[in-house]
Design a protein. Structure first.
Lengths: 174, 280
Protein backbone atom coordinates (compact mmCIF):
# COMPACT_ATOMS: atom_id res chain seq x y z
CA UNK A 1 0.00 0.00 0.00
CA UNK A 2 1.14 3.52 -0.77
CA UNK A 3 1.83 5.84 2.18
CA UNK A 4 2.41 9.59 2.03
CA UNK A 5 4.44 10.66 5.04
CA UNK A 6 4.92 14.24 6.10
CA UNK A 7 8.08 14.48 8.15
CA UNK A 8 9.19 17.66 9.90
CA UNK A 9 12.92 17.54 10.44
CA UNK A 10 15.62 19.83 11.74
CA UNK A 11 17.17 21.82 8.92
CA UNK A 12 20.69 20.57 9.38
CA UNK A 13 23.40 18.53 7.68
CA UNK A 14 22.94 14.76 7.39
CA UNK A 15 19.23 14.61 8.18
CA UNK A 16 18.21 13.11 4.85
CA UNK A 17 20.80 10.37 5.15
CA UNK A 18 19.49 9.37 8.58
CA UNK A 19 15.85 9.32 7.47
CA UNK A 20 16.65 7.44 4.25
CA UNK A 21 18.66 4.90 6.20
CA UNK A 22 15.66 4.19 8.44
CA UNK A 23 13.63 3.20 5.39
CA UNK A 24 16.47 1.34 3.70
CA UNK A 25 17.10 -0.75 6.82
CA UNK A 26 13.52 -2.03 6.61
CA UNK A 27 13.83 -2.74 2.89
CA UNK A 28 11.33 -0.04 1.92
CA UNK A 29 11.84 1.72 -1.37
CA UNK A 30 11.19 5.44 -1.35
CA UNK A 31 9.01 6.24 -4.38
CA UNK A 32 9.49 9.98 -4.09
CA UNK A 33 11.07 12.39 -1.66
CA UNK A 34 10.73 16.16 -1.73
CA UNK A 35 12.24 18.43 0.91
CA UNK A 36 12.04 22.14 1.52
CA UNK A 37 12.07 24.73 4.26
CA UNK A 38 8.88 25.43 6.17
CA UNK A 39 7.53 28.67 7.62
CA UNK A 40 10.24 28.20 10.29
CA UNK A 41 13.57 28.22 8.47
CA UNK A 42 15.07 25.97 11.18
CA UNK A 43 12.59 23.26 10.14
CA UNK A 44 12.21 21.42 6.84
CA UNK A 45 9.29 19.34 5.66
CA UNK A 46 10.08 16.13 3.83
CA UNK A 47 7.21 14.54 1.96
CA UNK A 48 8.06 10.89 1.53
CA UNK A 49 5.99 8.54 -0.59
CA UNK A 50 6.68 4.86 0.11
CA UNK A 51 5.04 1.58 -0.78
CA UNK A 52 5.01 -1.11 1.86
CA UNK A 53 2.84 -3.23 4.10
CA UNK A 54 1.19 -1.60 7.10
CA UNK A 55 3.34 -3.27 9.71
CA UNK A 56 6.71 -2.53 8.10
CA UNK A 57 5.85 1.07 7.38
CA UNK A 58 4.57 1.58 10.95
CA UNK A 59 7.78 0.14 12.36
CA UNK A 60 9.84 2.44 10.13
CA UNK A 61 7.77 5.42 11.19
CA UNK A 62 8.53 4.60 14.83
CA UNK A 63 12.25 4.35 14.03
CA UNK A 64 12.15 7.70 12.27
CA UNK A 65 10.32 9.36 15.13
CA UNK A 66 13.02 8.11 17.49
CA UNK A 67 15.68 9.98 15.54
CA UNK A 68 16.84 13.17 17.22
CA UNK A 69 16.58 15.11 13.95
CA UNK A 70 12.92 14.21 13.38
CA UNK A 71 10.49 16.63 15.01
CA UNK A 72 7.23 15.12 13.87
CA UNK A 73 6.10 12.44 11.44
CA UNK A 74 2.55 11.99 10.16
CA UNK A 75 1.21 9.29 7.90
CA UNK A 76 -1.15 11.40 5.85
CA UNK A 77 -3.25 8.41 4.85
CA UNK A 78 -4.96 8.75 8.22
CA UNK A 79 -6.12 12.31 7.59
CA UNK A 80 -7.08 14.72 4.85
CA UNK A 81 -4.21 16.38 3.10
CA UNK A 82 -3.38 18.46 0.06
CA UNK A 83 -0.79 16.93 -2.23
CA UNK A 84 0.71 18.26 -5.42
CA UNK A 85 3.46 17.32 -7.79
CA UNK A 86 5.23 19.24 -10.53
CA UNK A 87 5.89 17.71 -13.94
CA UNK A 88 8.10 19.11 -16.66
CA UNK A 89 7.83 17.15 -19.87
CA UNK A 90 9.19 17.55 -23.35
CA UNK A 91 6.94 15.99 -25.99
CA UNK A 92 7.77 15.39 -29.62
CA UNK A 93 5.51 17.27 -32.07
CA UNK A 94 4.92 16.57 -35.72
CA UNK A 95 2.49 18.60 -37.83
CA UNK A 96 -0.08 15.82 -37.61
CA UNK A 97 0.22 15.48 -33.81
CA UNK A 98 0.31 19.16 -32.83
CA UNK A 99 -3.45 19.32 -32.38
CA UNK A 100 -3.45 16.25 -30.10
CA UNK A 101 -0.57 17.48 -27.97
CA UNK A 102 -2.22 20.87 -27.56
CA UNK A 103 -5.57 19.24 -26.75
CA UNK A 104 -3.96 17.12 -24.03
CA UNK A 105 -2.26 20.21 -22.60
CA UNK A 106 -5.59 22.04 -22.58
CA UNK A 107 -7.44 19.09 -21.08
CA UNK A 108 -5.06 18.88 -18.13
CA UNK A 109 -4.52 22.66 -17.98
CA UNK A 110 -0.81 22.17 -18.49
CA UNK A 111 1.17 25.25 -19.50
CA UNK A 112 3.37 25.31 -22.56
CA UNK A 113 6.63 26.78 -21.30
CA UNK A 114 8.85 26.14 -24.28
CA UNK A 115 9.01 24.94 -27.84
CA UNK A 116 11.59 24.02 -30.43
CA UNK A 117 11.49 22.67 -33.96
CA UNK A 118 10.72 19.18 -32.73
CA UNK A 119 9.33 19.45 -29.22
CA UNK A 120 6.96 21.25 -26.89
CA UNK A 121 7.76 21.51 -23.18
CA UNK A 122 4.80 21.36 -20.82
CA UNK A 123 4.53 22.20 -17.14
CA UNK A 124 1.81 20.68 -14.98
CA UNK A 125 1.38 21.10 -11.24
CA UNK A 126 -1.33 18.88 -9.91
CA UNK A 127 -2.38 15.77 -8.14
CA UNK A 128 -0.51 12.58 -8.75
CA UNK A 129 -3.40 11.17 -10.77
CA UNK A 130 -3.50 14.18 -13.09
CA UNK A 131 0.22 13.85 -13.75
CA UNK A 132 -0.18 10.14 -14.48
CA UNK A 133 -3.17 10.89 -16.72
CA UNK A 134 -1.26 13.39 -18.82
CA UNK A 135 1.71 11.02 -19.11
CA UNK A 136 -0.56 8.21 -20.28
CA UNK A 137 -1.98 10.42 -23.02
CA UNK A 138 1.29 11.86 -24.31
CA UNK A 139 3.32 8.64 -24.12
CA UNK A 140 2.14 7.40 -27.55
CA UNK A 141 3.08 10.77 -29.04
CA UNK A 142 6.70 10.52 -27.91
CA UNK A 143 8.17 11.70 -24.63
CA UNK A 144 11.65 13.10 -25.20
CA UNK A 145 12.43 13.98 -21.58
CA UNK A 146 10.57 14.32 -18.33
CA UNK A 147 11.20 15.29 -14.71
CA UNK A 148 8.85 14.90 -11.75
CA UNK A 149 9.40 16.79 -8.54
CA UNK A 150 7.96 14.11 -6.30
CA UNK A 151 4.92 14.84 -4.22
CA UNK A 152 4.75 17.63 -1.66
CA UNK A 153 1.92 17.62 0.83
CA UNK A 154 0.48 19.39 3.84
CA UNK A 155 -2.29 18.21 6.14
CA UNK A 156 -5.67 19.91 5.59
CA UNK A 157 -7.21 22.06 8.31
CA UNK A 158 -5.59 23.85 11.23
CA UNK A 159 -2.04 23.04 12.25
CA UNK A 160 -1.63 21.42 15.65
CA UNK A 161 0.56 23.38 18.09
CA UNK A 162 4.04 21.89 18.27
CA UNK A 163 6.80 22.14 20.82
CA UNK A 164 9.97 23.92 19.81
CA UNK A 165 12.53 21.16 19.44
CA UNK A 166 15.16 23.34 17.87
CA UNK A 167 17.99 24.27 20.17
CA UNK A 168 19.67 26.96 18.14
CA UNK A 169 19.18 28.60 14.75
CA UNK A 170 21.09 26.95 11.93
CA UNK A 171 21.62 27.82 8.32
CA UNK A 172 20.13 25.59 5.66
CA UNK A 173 22.09 22.38 5.34
CA UNK A 174 19.85 19.94 3.52
CA UNK B 1 -34.59 32.57 -45.67
CA UNK B 2 -36.23 31.96 -42.29
CA UNK B 3 -35.95 34.96 -39.99
CA UNK B 4 -36.19 34.23 -36.27
CA UNK B 5 -38.05 36.89 -34.25
CA UNK B 6 -38.37 39.22 -37.22
CA UNK B 7 -40.28 41.93 -35.34
CA UNK B 8 -37.50 44.48 -35.26
CA UNK B 9 -37.37 47.68 -37.40
CA UNK B 10 -33.73 47.28 -38.56
CA UNK B 11 -34.36 43.66 -39.57
CA UNK B 12 -37.50 44.54 -41.54
CA UNK B 13 -35.62 47.40 -43.24
CA UNK B 14 -32.76 45.10 -44.22
CA UNK B 15 -35.19 42.45 -45.46
CA UNK B 16 -37.02 45.05 -47.49
CA UNK B 17 -33.75 45.98 -49.20
CA UNK B 18 -32.87 42.31 -49.71
CA UNK B 19 -36.26 41.66 -51.31
CA UNK B 20 -35.82 44.71 -53.55
CA UNK B 21 -32.48 43.24 -54.65
CA UNK B 22 -34.18 39.83 -55.10
CA UNK B 23 -31.59 38.21 -52.83
CA UNK B 24 -33.96 36.15 -50.71
CA UNK B 25 -37.57 35.19 -50.16
CA UNK B 26 -38.01 35.64 -46.42
CA UNK B 27 -40.21 33.63 -44.10
CA UNK B 28 -40.81 35.83 -41.07
CA UNK B 29 -41.18 33.99 -37.77
CA UNK B 30 -42.38 35.81 -34.67
CA UNK B 31 -45.25 37.95 -33.39
CA UNK B 32 -47.27 38.57 -36.55
CA UNK B 33 -49.01 41.71 -35.27
CA UNK B 34 -45.71 43.37 -34.36
CA UNK B 35 -44.08 42.40 -37.66
CA UNK B 36 -47.03 43.81 -39.64
CA UNK B 37 -47.03 46.99 -37.53
CA UNK B 38 -43.32 47.64 -38.26
CA UNK B 39 -43.79 46.84 -41.94
CA UNK B 40 -46.72 49.30 -42.12
CA UNK B 41 -44.63 52.00 -40.46
CA UNK B 42 -41.85 51.45 -43.00
CA UNK B 43 -44.19 51.07 -45.96
CA UNK B 44 -42.97 47.54 -46.62
CA UNK B 45 -45.40 45.34 -48.49
CA UNK B 46 -45.66 41.89 -46.89
CA UNK B 47 -48.40 40.62 -49.19
CA UNK B 48 -46.14 37.97 -50.74
CA UNK B 49 -44.21 37.21 -47.57
CA UNK B 50 -44.97 34.17 -45.46
CA UNK B 51 -45.49 34.82 -41.76
CA UNK B 52 -45.21 32.08 -39.13
CA UNK B 53 -46.58 32.89 -35.69
CA UNK B 54 -44.34 32.19 -32.67
CA UNK B 55 -45.21 32.95 -29.04
CA UNK B 56 -41.76 34.22 -28.01
CA UNK B 57 -38.24 34.76 -29.41
CA UNK B 58 -36.91 31.38 -28.24
CA UNK B 59 -39.78 29.56 -29.96
CA UNK B 60 -39.25 31.74 -33.03
CA UNK B 61 -35.59 30.65 -33.20
CA UNK B 62 -36.60 27.00 -32.90
CA UNK B 63 -39.24 27.31 -35.62
CA UNK B 64 -36.92 29.20 -38.00
CA UNK B 65 -34.16 26.62 -37.55
CA UNK B 66 -36.64 23.77 -38.03
CA UNK B 67 -37.67 25.29 -41.35
CA UNK B 68 -34.07 24.93 -42.52
CA UNK B 69 -33.76 21.46 -40.98
CA UNK B 70 -36.88 20.34 -42.88
CA UNK B 71 -35.74 21.87 -46.15
CA UNK B 72 -38.41 24.59 -46.16
CA UNK B 73 -35.71 27.26 -46.02
CA UNK B 74 -32.03 27.31 -47.05
CA UNK B 75 -30.80 29.98 -44.72
CA UNK B 76 -31.63 31.33 -41.28
CA UNK B 77 -31.28 34.84 -39.90
CA UNK B 78 -31.32 36.07 -36.31
CA UNK B 79 -33.77 38.83 -35.53
CA UNK B 80 -34.74 40.16 -32.10
CA UNK B 81 -33.64 37.11 -30.14
CA UNK B 82 -30.62 36.72 -27.90
CA UNK B 83 -27.65 35.30 -29.80
CA UNK B 84 -27.18 32.46 -27.31
CA UNK B 85 -30.84 31.40 -27.66
CA UNK B 86 -30.55 31.56 -31.42
CA UNK B 87 -27.33 29.50 -31.50
CA UNK B 88 -28.80 26.99 -29.08
CA UNK B 89 -31.54 26.36 -31.63
CA UNK B 90 -28.97 26.09 -34.44
CA UNK B 91 -27.09 23.46 -32.43
CA UNK B 92 -30.18 21.56 -31.26
CA UNK B 93 -29.59 17.86 -31.73
CA UNK B 94 -33.13 17.07 -32.90
CA UNK B 95 -34.04 19.89 -35.21
CA UNK B 96 -30.86 21.97 -35.46
CA UNK B 97 -28.41 22.53 -38.26
CA UNK B 98 -25.30 20.85 -36.88
CA UNK B 99 -22.63 20.58 -39.52
CA UNK B 100 -19.98 18.56 -37.73
CA UNK B 101 -17.79 21.55 -37.00
CA UNK B 102 -17.82 24.12 -34.24
CA UNK B 103 -19.53 27.37 -35.18
CA UNK B 104 -17.51 30.48 -35.88
CA UNK B 105 -18.22 33.92 -37.25
CA UNK B 106 -16.51 35.24 -40.35
CA UNK B 107 -16.70 38.88 -41.38
CA UNK B 108 -16.05 39.98 -44.93
CA UNK B 109 -14.65 43.41 -45.75
CA UNK B 110 -12.72 45.22 -48.47
CA UNK B 111 -8.93 45.25 -48.42
CA UNK B 112 -7.33 48.61 -47.59
CA UNK B 113 -6.82 49.39 -51.31
CA UNK B 114 -10.36 48.11 -52.06
CA UNK B 115 -8.94 45.73 -54.67
CA UNK B 116 -10.29 42.56 -53.10
CA UNK B 117 -12.29 41.06 -50.25
CA UNK B 118 -10.74 39.91 -47.00
CA UNK B 119 -12.07 37.75 -44.18
CA UNK B 120 -11.80 38.30 -40.44
CA UNK B 121 -12.43 35.52 -37.94
CA UNK B 122 -13.63 34.98 -35.24
CA UNK B 123 -15.13 38.25 -34.10
CA UNK B 124 -18.34 37.04 -32.56
CA UNK B 125 -18.76 33.46 -31.42
CA UNK B 126 -15.72 31.89 -29.79
CA UNK B 127 -14.62 33.89 -26.77
CA UNK B 128 -11.20 32.47 -25.94
CA UNK B 129 -10.79 29.63 -28.42
CA UNK B 130 -8.43 26.86 -27.46
CA UNK B 131 -5.97 25.54 -29.99
CA UNK B 132 -8.22 22.83 -31.41
CA UNK B 133 -11.02 25.38 -31.81
CA UNK B 134 -8.63 27.67 -33.70
CA UNK B 135 -8.00 24.79 -36.09
CA UNK B 136 -11.76 24.57 -36.72
CA UNK B 137 -12.06 28.36 -37.06
CA UNK B 138 -9.40 28.36 -39.78
CA UNK B 139 -10.96 25.41 -41.60
CA UNK B 140 -14.36 27.15 -41.55
CA UNK B 141 -12.87 30.38 -42.92
CA UNK B 142 -10.85 28.59 -45.60
CA UNK B 143 -13.97 26.78 -46.78
CA UNK B 144 -15.84 30.08 -46.96
CA UNK B 145 -12.96 31.79 -48.79
CA UNK B 146 -12.92 28.98 -51.34
CA UNK B 147 -16.67 29.32 -51.81
CA UNK B 148 -15.97 32.97 -52.61
CA UNK B 149 -13.46 32.00 -55.28
CA UNK B 150 -10.17 32.13 -53.37
CA UNK B 151 -8.72 28.79 -54.43
CA UNK B 152 -5.79 28.81 -52.00
CA UNK B 153 -6.42 31.57 -49.47
CA UNK B 154 -3.55 33.10 -47.53
CA UNK B 155 -4.16 32.94 -43.80
CA UNK B 156 -2.50 35.33 -41.35
CA UNK B 157 -2.66 34.17 -37.75
CA UNK B 158 -2.15 37.41 -35.90
CA UNK B 159 -0.54 38.09 -32.57
CA UNK B 160 1.16 41.13 -31.08
CA UNK B 161 4.60 39.93 -32.14
CA UNK B 162 6.28 38.02 -34.95
CA UNK B 163 8.09 35.51 -32.76
CA UNK B 164 6.95 33.00 -30.17
CA UNK B 165 7.00 34.61 -26.74
CA UNK B 166 6.48 32.19 -23.88
CA UNK B 167 4.90 32.18 -21.42
CA UNK B 168 3.74 35.77 -21.81
CA UNK B 169 2.01 35.53 -25.21
CA UNK B 170 0.43 32.10 -25.67
CA UNK B 171 -1.33 33.32 -28.84
CA UNK B 172 2.09 33.51 -30.50
CA UNK B 173 2.67 29.81 -29.75
CA UNK B 174 -0.73 28.87 -31.18
CA UNK B 175 0.08 30.89 -34.30
CA UNK B 176 3.41 29.12 -34.77
CA UNK B 177 1.80 25.70 -34.31
CA UNK B 178 -0.98 26.58 -36.74
CA UNK B 179 1.65 27.70 -39.24
CA UNK B 180 3.35 24.30 -38.97
CA UNK B 181 0.04 22.49 -39.40
CA UNK B 182 -0.77 24.66 -42.40
CA UNK B 183 2.62 23.99 -43.94
CA UNK B 184 1.98 20.26 -43.66
CA UNK B 185 -1.45 20.59 -45.29
CA UNK B 186 -3.34 19.80 -42.09
CA UNK B 187 -5.61 22.83 -42.47
CA UNK B 188 -6.74 22.26 -46.03
CA UNK B 189 -5.69 24.01 -49.21
CA UNK B 190 -4.33 27.29 -47.92
CA UNK B 191 -1.11 29.08 -47.02
CA UNK B 192 -0.81 29.79 -43.31
CA UNK B 193 1.66 32.06 -41.59
CA UNK B 194 1.98 33.24 -38.02
CA UNK B 195 2.61 34.72 -35.65
CA UNK B 196 2.23 37.93 -37.64
CA UNK B 197 1.52 41.32 -36.14
CA UNK B 198 -1.40 43.00 -37.86
CA UNK B 199 0.86 45.47 -39.73
CA UNK B 200 2.81 42.58 -41.22
CA UNK B 201 -0.34 40.79 -42.23
CA UNK B 202 -1.60 43.88 -44.05
CA UNK B 203 1.60 45.41 -45.39
CA UNK B 204 4.43 43.50 -47.06
CA UNK B 205 6.79 46.50 -46.82
CA UNK B 206 6.44 46.57 -43.02
CA UNK B 207 7.15 42.86 -42.88
CA UNK B 208 10.29 43.43 -44.98
CA UNK B 209 11.42 46.19 -42.63
CA UNK B 210 11.03 43.81 -39.71
CA UNK B 211 12.89 41.08 -41.56
CA UNK B 212 9.79 38.90 -41.55
CA UNK B 213 9.65 37.41 -45.01
CA UNK B 214 6.34 35.72 -45.58
CA UNK B 215 4.17 34.72 -48.52
CA UNK B 216 1.18 35.93 -46.52
CA UNK B 217 2.46 39.35 -45.43
CA UNK B 218 0.59 42.04 -47.30
CA UNK B 219 -1.46 39.45 -49.16
CA UNK B 220 -3.56 37.95 -46.38
CA UNK B 221 -7.01 36.83 -47.43
CA UNK B 222 -7.99 35.66 -43.96
CA UNK B 223 -7.08 37.39 -40.72
CA UNK B 224 -7.34 35.03 -37.74
CA UNK B 225 -7.45 36.81 -34.39
CA UNK B 226 -6.54 35.14 -31.10
CA UNK B 227 -9.74 35.87 -29.18
CA UNK B 228 -13.04 37.69 -29.33
CA UNK B 229 -11.82 40.95 -27.80
CA UNK B 230 -9.39 41.45 -30.67
CA UNK B 231 -11.92 40.27 -33.24
CA UNK B 232 -14.64 42.54 -31.94
CA UNK B 233 -12.28 45.53 -31.79
CA UNK B 234 -10.97 44.96 -35.32
CA UNK B 235 -14.51 44.50 -36.66
CA UNK B 236 -15.65 47.76 -35.11
CA UNK B 237 -12.48 49.57 -36.11
CA UNK B 238 -13.13 48.63 -39.73
CA UNK B 239 -16.68 49.94 -39.36
CA UNK B 240 -16.24 53.05 -37.24
CA UNK B 241 -12.70 54.30 -37.89
CA UNK B 242 -12.12 53.10 -41.43
CA UNK B 243 -15.79 53.74 -42.23
CA UNK B 244 -16.12 50.52 -44.21
CA UNK B 245 -19.12 48.25 -44.47
CA UNK B 246 -18.82 44.59 -43.58
CA UNK B 247 -20.81 41.42 -44.06
CA UNK B 248 -20.80 38.71 -41.44
CA UNK B 249 -21.94 35.14 -41.35
CA UNK B 250 -21.86 32.24 -38.92
CA UNK B 251 -20.41 29.10 -40.49
CA UNK B 252 -19.72 25.56 -39.32
CA UNK B 253 -23.37 24.53 -39.32
CA UNK B 254 -24.99 22.57 -42.14
CA UNK B 255 -26.26 25.89 -43.54
CA UNK B 256 -24.96 29.40 -42.95
CA UNK B 257 -26.66 31.64 -40.41
CA UNK B 258 -26.95 35.41 -40.68
CA UNK B 259 -26.26 36.81 -37.23
CA UNK B 260 -25.99 40.56 -37.29
CA UNK B 261 -25.77 42.94 -34.39
CA UNK B 262 -28.43 45.53 -33.69
CA UNK B 263 -25.73 48.18 -34.07
CA UNK B 264 -24.80 46.99 -37.56
CA UNK B 265 -25.78 49.36 -40.33
CA UNK B 266 -28.60 48.55 -42.73
CA UNK B 267 -25.99 48.00 -45.44
CA UNK B 268 -24.00 45.56 -43.29
CA UNK B 269 -27.22 43.66 -42.64
CA UNK B 270 -28.02 43.67 -46.36
CA UNK B 271 -24.50 42.49 -47.31
CA UNK B 272 -24.69 39.78 -44.67
CA UNK B 273 -27.95 38.52 -46.13
CA UNK B 274 -26.35 38.62 -49.59
CA UNK B 275 -23.39 36.61 -48.33
CA UNK B 276 -25.69 34.07 -46.72
CA UNK B 277 -27.72 33.80 -49.92
CA UNK B 278 -24.57 33.31 -51.95
CA UNK B 279 -23.40 30.47 -49.70
CA UNK B 280 -26.70 28.64 -49.26
Amino acid sequence: MKHTLSCLVKNQRGVLAQVSEAFASQGINIESLAVGETEDTRVSRATIVVVGDEQTVSETERQCEALDVVIELEDLASEEFYARELLLIKVRVEPDTINRVMQVAELFQARVIGMSDETITLELAGEHRAIDGLLKMVRPLGIVALARSGQIAVPAGDEKPREDHIDAPTSAHI
Amino acid sequence: MAVAAAGEPAVIAALSNAMDERLVRPVLVGAGDRIREIADQQGVDLADVELVEAPDPVAAAAIAVKLVHEGEAELVMKGLVRTKDFLRAVLNQEFGMRGGRPLSQVALFESPDRSRLMLLTDSGINIHPRFSRKVAIIKNAVQLAQALGMAEPKVAVVAAVETVELPTMPASLDAEMLRRMGEAGELGRCVVDGPLAMDNALDAHTADLKGRSSPVAGHADIIVVPEIETGNAVYKTIRYIAGRELASIVVGAASPAVVTSRSDSTNTKLYSIALGALLS
